[in-house]
Design a protein around this ligand. Structure first.
Ligand code: PLP
Length: 415
């Protein structure tokens, strides 16, 4: 990978303004650094964001699908990974059970099930998108239900790049087989659909505020659910299994040392220093989204005239976290790796999302059938995909640089 400073267009860069700096200073000087009023504020603001458009139409659509239209509850956590562990734990994922997800994700999605002692049943992605294949999910559920002791507790779709999976069908299957839906929404803030925002459609949704994501707290995440029981369990497990939050212990009239431990919980809370950044970023989320969308339009317009690349899949309500450019191997003398290297050589930052999990030592040794051959769509998508720069503060000139680099490489290596 080239040194980011030597690149003309970095792959990504967080947009941090004076407001974020000011908020962090305020927290620093307040005397209360860890989870407190800013974390609470961030949760409330996030819930407000998710609930604000849930008027007639979305509510009706949800009810028609038999989905809850109770208000969204948000719980701030220190990463998406932590949030996924809380979500799975609350859904009964434990030794002897299993979850369904896809090999086309960041490794933490699947690793969380392993942390809880459960197995992962993998379903391939669809042929023309990066979304989990509903038919593959159904066949895993069917087989599991027919077994002596069904093990599947949850389906875990991943909204790759912010492009939302087929939630209507996945939720219907979950209902039919009595399992939960946990959305890995690390990329999908804000992806607005007719059933509500991604991450609020299934039983639980988990967002990431890692530094590369659509909004950031440096490290952090948010868990959303409309189910009060799930929210309660996750709140307790987020903080050592305590029946009281730290903030409550120091601000309520009950003695601060008094608490009970009801389970062996985790330590997954988001400190106020980071939550304060989140409050500012959340206010800017829609403007970030608009800026990314403009760059996407520019890219789409330029690339749609080229025969050696394919535009990213774009379903309903894409948050456009990433721009996944797919090369058309028949039209080029070089493969994805060399295409990516050529972009870097021209000063364009790139990344690859994601190396399918069956390529990793741990995962392929865990499940002998977990091979590229058995997941042809994930393998094919991965071998053609490169992520190009897409971030809110990118200038028009930077977008032009990227476009020109792609065009030049196409000219040089066209068959
Ligand atoms: C970034 C990412 C995660 C992990 O998020 P963290 O906040 O770093 O734990 C999980 N899933 C996907 C798809 C991601 O891209």
């Amino acid at each position: 990978m080239s040194d980011a400073d030597s690149l003309k267009v970095p792959f990504t860069k967080p947009s941090i303004s004076q407001e974020e700096e000011q908020c962090v200073l305020e927290v620093m000087r307040s005397g209360w650094l860890t989870t407190g009023k800013y974390a609470l504020q961030f949760e409330n603001d996030f819930s407000h964001f998710m609930n604000k458009d849930e008027s007639g139409k979305i509510r009706q659509n949800r009810e028609k699908e038999g989905l809850s239209s109770a208000p969204v509850i948000s719980l701030a956590v220190n990463s998406n990974t932590s949030g996924m562990i809380l979500a799975m734990e609350a859904c009964g994922v434990a030794p002897g059970t299993a979850v369904i997800t896809t090999p086309y994700t960041f490794v933490s999605t699947a690793a969380c099930a392993r942390h809880l002692g459960a197995d992962v049943f993998f379903a391939d992605i669809e042929k023309n998108s990066y979304s989990i294949d509903v038919l593959a999910v159904e066949s895993l559920l069917k087989k599991d239900a027919a077994s002596f002791k069904p093990r599947i507790k949850a389906i875990v779709p991943v909204h790759i790049a912010g492009n939302v999976c087929n939630m209507q069908k996945l939720c219907a299957l979950a209902k039919q087989y009595n399992v939960k839906v946990i959305e890995d929404s690390a990329h999908a803030f804000p992806s607005k659909t007719q059933l509500g925002y991604a991450g609020t459609i299934g039983d639980i949704g988990v967002f990431s505020f890692y530094v590369t994501k659509t909004i950031t707290t440096a490290e952090g995440g948010m868990v959303c659910t409309r189910d009060q029981e799930l929210a309660k369990r996750m709140t307790v497990m987020r903080m050592h299994g305590m029946d009281r939050t730290t903030w409550d212990r120091y601000t309520s009239p009950r003695a601060s040392w008094e608490y009970d431990i009801v389970a062996p919980g985790y330590k997954f809370n988001l400190p106020d220093v980071l939550a304060a950044i989140g409050c500012c970023q959340l206010k800017r989320a829609e403007s970030f989204f608009e800026k990314r969308s403009k760059i996407v339009q520019k890219y789409n317009k330029a690339f749609s005239t080229l025969d050696f690349v394919q535009l990213p899949p774009d379903g309903e309500g894409n948050s456009w976290h990433l721009y996944l450019l797919r090369i058309v191997p028949e039209k080029l003398k070089i493969g994805r790796d060399d295409f990516a290297k050529a972009l870097q050589k021209k000063g364009i930052g790139i990344s690859v999302h994601f190396i399918p999990l069956f390529h990793f030592t741990y995962w392929k040794s865990l499940y002998p059938d977990f091979t590229a051959l058995n997941f042809p769509n994930a393998e094919s998508a991965w071998s053609r995909t490169v992520s190009i720069p897409l971030w809110p503060d990118m200038t028009d000139e930077m977008a032009e640089e990227v476009i020109n680099a792609v065009i030049a490489i196409g000219k040089e290596y066209h068959v």
